[in-house]
Design a protein around this ligand. Sequence first.
Ligand code: IPM
Ligand code: MG
Length: 357
Amino acid sequence: MEFKIAVIKGDGVGPEVMDETLKVMDKIASKHSHKFHKEFYIAGGVAIDEKGTSLPSETLKGAKESDGVLLGAVGGPKWDNLKGEERPEKALLTLRKELGLYSNLRPCILFPQLKGACPLKKELVEEGVDLLVIRELTGGIYFGKKGTRTSGMGISAFDIEEYSEEEVRRIARTAFKMAGVRKKKVVSVDKANVLESSRLWRRVVNEVHENYKDVELSHMYVDNMAMQLIRDPRQFDVILTNNMFGDILSDEASQITGSIGMLPSASLGEKNFGMYEPVHGSAPDIAGKDIVNPFACILSFAMMLKYSFNLQKEASEVEKAVGKVLSDGYRTKDIFEEGRELIGTKRAGDLVLGALD
Ligand code: IPM
Ligand code: MG
């Protein structure tokens, strides 16, 4: 089969994790006689430096015309003093919004090989952990009205959290459908004891649930969820939540997998089209040192194979190859334990290629 992939390496460790992922992409292509046409675009800090804007129009156009976007990471201290609209992160937010990618899937899977790297008590993760955080990605406080004004207390700043019924309805449908092919359990996370937007969220999730009665639904306040996740993650299957809470809870959940360096993500809309990126950011402090873990990006490519190209077998081959490298005892620095062999980014990519043979 043939696909057009828009590749955006971005900033910091983005290019390093992407280079390893592209090797894996080429390998899958040759092994299964697929054609992945890679088209390279810039976004984030590099684009600010080169073009004066974090998201050049060619990049947005190229992304729109592709069958899927693979993105490394954007941002870094060099651009930290820019105003909100001019920051590298703005590229990411505009891509998500413009491409209509409202469903962000963040699977938190603890590979059995990494149990030792998980900070939770052993008995809690003995059976493994397999959670799916579903984060609403194009609404809420990230995209609500924002600004500054002068009040009696000096200058004040505001960001509005607002959700429409339809925005909640469509992400709730995603969650129930995904849960339907898993353990059939959704917990919807909100702050309905305080926020009006959360009360609407909860009402609409309950309404949508009427059409998915085979899935069990419960609700939890976000503060309680932050606690329950580390008290006992075994109680959860699909965690459905808004943009802001999802950002925070997915970082928390990532630690259960041993490292945020293991977490892939998919951002989807109505069709098969999607954008795929590792959950970790640009990690400027370790960039260019051949130490970053490329597995999150490689596993994001596996998600692309699964969700955008419907290549289930190929996707599972990539996942198994990563598993094999771990089983063979190789660890990047973030997941290193005594008695294992420490490897760098490039070596990690090469070992995945070897495991694909
Ligand atoms: C994420 C990141 C982004 C977000 C940043 C880089 C804008 O933290 O994808 O989780 O907040 O969505
Ligand atoms: Mg985040």
